[in-house]
Design a protein around this ligand. Structure first.
Ligand code: NDP
Length: 271
């Protein structure tokens, strides 16, 4: 049976084995997908060993996404521009690296019927998650995309990697446009904090997305709700969406995500 893994540290919390087994079942594919804890200095050896022993593909999670880039024989544009790899495929003795996080986000936004073409997008954060979604978002042809970050130099640096006139950067206090969509790609919600942007940015037409997800609304989505935002979406659909894109790369069949998201949401609520 074809073998797949997710490598990370920590890894116990990973929902990827559940998601991929569900995809395998719904698409009638015979495969095994397991999580594996990797010691911090053993990543490269572990991945090579897995592929030598017949592994077909792997997902890579925190903190190895940047290291994964270095062991690939070939990279997709998405992975190269993101500077990170979350999906490895082993084909004809070569390791191919891709990054499906941004596709997962875009698919989730489209699934919620959010119009991205000609929209104005504010992306909060300039870490790994923000980096990974910029190209797939730009490919949807927004009119404007602003990357804003607490540490403005990181937003500036990120912006300079993409040669696109629609893309600009800002600090939180200087943001002064109207946006259709605000995406929180910071980790602030994980510590119960908010990116300190102006309340004025939330209008009745504003869609707010937080890449973090949980049992309840994240602090950012709660804040946006109180200010009357049009629609609130958390990152659970992005998580399942990026997994679906990895699965499609490996198995050449795109699984249905809806029921997997629903089941994970039910499990979250019961936690
Ligand atoms: P990084 O550590 O690379 O970056 C963290 C970012 O958050 C930086 O921009 C940092 O700003 C900002 N930040 C942290 N705390 C605060 C705060 N209190 N106020 C304002 N900004 C803050 O993390 P990642 O980019 O890898 O991940 C970001 C989040 O996205 C994580 O919570 C992760 O769980 C989530 N994620 C979700 C995915 C999904 O599938 N749903 C996929 C990938 C990530 P500064 O530069 O100023 O420090």
């Amino acid at each position: 049976m074809d073998q797949y893994r997710v490598f990370g540290n920590p890894i116990k919390q990973s929902r990827s084995p559940y998601i991929h087994q569900a995809f395998a079942q719904s698409t009638d594919q015979q495969l095994s997908y397991q999580s594996e804890l990797v010691e911090i200095n053993a990543f490269s050896a572990k991945v090579h060993q897995f592929f030598r022993s017949g592994g077909k593909g792997a997902n890579i999670t925190v903190p190895f996404k940047e290291q994964a880039l270095l062991l690939c024989d070939q990279l997709s544009d998405r992975a190269r521009l993101a500077g990170a790899v979350n999906t490895l495929s082993f084909i004809n003795g070569k390791i191919l690296g891709d990054n499906t996080d941004g596709l997962g986000l875009v698919q989730d936004l489209l699934r919620h019927q959010i119009t991205l073409k000609n929209s104005r997008i504010l992306l909060l954060g300039a870490g790994g998650a923000a980096k990974g979604v910029i190209l797939p978002l730009l490919e949807q042809q927004p009119t404007l995309m602003v990357i804003a970050n607490r540490t403005i130099s990181k937003a500036k640096n990120l912006c300079s990697h993409f040669n696109d006139k629609k893309l600009t950067f800002s600090g939180y206090e200087e943001i002064n446009c109207d946006f259709d969509l605000i995406i929180n790609a910071t980790s602030a919600s994980l510590s119960g904090n908010l990116p300190l942007i102006s309340k004025e940015l939330i209008k009745t037409k504003t869609v707010c997305y937080d890449m973090v997800y949980g049992k309840e609304l994240t602090p950012f989505l709660n804040w946006a709700k109180d200010l009357g935002a049009k629609q609130l979406i958390d990152g659970l659909g992005m998580l399942v969406g990026q997994a679906a894109e990895s699965f499609a790369l490996w198995r050449a069949v795109k699984p249905e995500v809806e029921s997997v998201i629903d089941n994970l949401r039910d499990a979250l609520v019961k936690e």
